[in-house]
Design a protein around this ligand. Sequence first.
Ligand code: CUA
Length: 157
Amino acid sequence: MDKSEKFALGLSGLLLITFFVAILYASVAKNIQVPTCITDVEPFTTDTLFQVGEDEYELHMIARMWAFQPSTVTLPAGSTLHMYVTSQDIIHGFKIENKNVNLMAVPNSINYMSVTFDEPGEYFFACHEFCGAAHHAMAGRIHITEDDEVEATGGDL
Ligand code: CUA
C-alpha cells in the first residue's frame, strides 16, 4: 500500500472515531436529543394538552395552513413538554425560539421532541418551512408562568 493511501485510510478512521465520540458526548454529557419520528402513536386530528407526570405534560400539536393548533400553550416553570407534532395538509415547520427545538410537521406522520422550560417567559414558535400565502403569520407562543396554570388555546378552525 502506498504511503499516501495509508495516510488517507488512517485519517478516515480517526475521523470516524472523532465523530462517534462527538455523538456520544452530545447524547450523554450534553443530553442533546435528535427529533424522532413516532410510529407507535395513533395519528390524531384534535389537539390536546394533558399531564403525564409531575411537571410533565404531553402536547398534541396540529399544523395546517396557516395556524398551529393550539397557538398558545401555558405551563408552569419547570415543566417538561413532550411534543407530538403533525400536519393536516402540507409540510410545515415548528421551531421554538431560544430552545433547541426544530421539528417538521408532516402529514400522516408524527414527530416527537421533548423540552424543559426552567425559566418563566414567552417562548415564541413559528413555522419555518415556506407553506404558502400566510406562512409568515403561522406562529404561536408558549407562556411559562410562576403559577400552576395549564392551558392550551387558539388556532381553532
Ligand atoms: Cu406553515 Cu410555513
